[in-house]
Design a protein around this ligand. Structure first.
Ligand SMILES: NC(=O)c1ccc[n+]([C@@H]2O[C@H](COP(=O)([O-])OP(=O)(O)OC[C@H]3O[C@@H](n4cnc5c(N)ncnc54)[C@H](O)[C@@H]3O)[C@@H](O)[C@H]2O)c1
Length: 269
């Protein structure tokens, strides 16, 4: 089977799915016949999104949960199992960024806040989802952790965020080994710079200028491009892919870009 029909009927939770990358992942899952629990702290946006999915004939429901709360993540996983009778996968997507500043200027409170959502949240998701997947007696399952390019390379003015995201990559690799024998894959996706709400009302020109500098192909990522990889990792086509931290960043984490232009030898004429 070399298409994505293997995902049909699979039950997945996507955290932070009321907006941004999580919403695009949940949409992609629902479009391909998966049953999706959309979870977020933003009840208004989360419920509205689920209503859109249902109106379009998709199977989805909303559950409010703060990923930094052990109780709420446990309740979220219980809700998915009670609603759909099983759990096949989880996308740990919810995340926050800290304000940009040099490491010494961060407070301990900011450190705790970022780690609580970006790292502890992923740990809690794995802790409860893995147990539910194992109890589902399925042929296995999948965990997808949305890390960041800042999870595989340093990032000036983002020491806390990069620390948390490096932690997510370490957690991903270790958990992949813990559950390999149970056919539960654990992977991280490391997005570059994507066009989500963080850009707010920024003028189009400013966004384009930023993209020219930070993205080797000159554009920001489309959230659907994270959805496509998340779909592959949820499918039976990816059962041998685990413990990977996969960049989706047009190559920007692959190395340094030198200002020298590629010599055009006339091929493009
Ligand atoms: N957008 C990018 O360019 C980019 C790049 C690299 C990594 N990421 C990562 O992708 C993930 C999604 O980012 P995004 O840009 O879509 O963000 P976003 O702010 O657009 O959406 C994040 C969603 O998560 C929810 N959320 C925040 N805190 C939560 C909590 N404690 N519990 C549950 N839900 C919570 C928010 O309400 C929101 O709906 C994050 O983990 C982020 O670090 C994003």
């Amino acid at each position: 089977m070399t298409d994505f029909t293997s995902v049909q009927g699979k039950v997945a939770i996507v955290t932070g799915a009321a907006d941004g990358l999580g919403k695009a992942i949940a949409q992609c899952y629902a479009d391909n016949g998966m049953k999706v629990v959309v979870s977020d702290i933003d009840t208004g946006k989360g419920r509205a999104f689920v209503e859109e999915l249902k109106a379009d004939g998709k199977e989805a429901s909303f559950f409010k949960a703060d990923v930094s709360s052990e109780t709420e993540v446990e309740q979220l996983v219980d809700y998915a199992v009670q609603t759909y009778g099983r759990l096949d996968g989880l996308v740990n997507n919810a995340g926050i960024a800290a304000d940009a500043r040099p490491a010494h200027e961060y407070s301990v409170a900011e450190l705790d806040r970022v780690l609580a959502v970006d790292l502890k949240g992923v740990f809690l998701g794995i802790k409860f989802a893995v147990q539910a997947i194992l109890k589902s007696k399925s042929a296995g399952g999948f965990i997808v952790n949305i890390a960041s390019q800042a999870g595989i390379m340093g990032n000036s003015s983002m020491a806390l965020y990069a620390s948390a995201k490096h932690g997510v990559v370490g957690l991903t690799k270790s958990a992949a080994l813990d559950y390999a024998a149970h056919n539960i894959t654990v992977n991280a996706i490391c997005p570059g710079t994507f066009r989500t709400s963080i850009w707010g009302q920024a003028p189009e020109e400013a966004i384009n200028e930023f993209a020219k500098v930070f993205s080797p192909n000159g554009r920001l990522g489309d959230p659907r491009e994270i959805g496509y990889l998340s779909l592959f990792l949820a499918s039976d086509l990816a059962r041998y892919v685990s413990g990977a931290a996969i960049p989706v960043d047009a190559g920007s984490s692959a190395g340094k870009i030198t200002p020298t232009q590629w010599a055009d030898t006339g091929i493009l004429e």
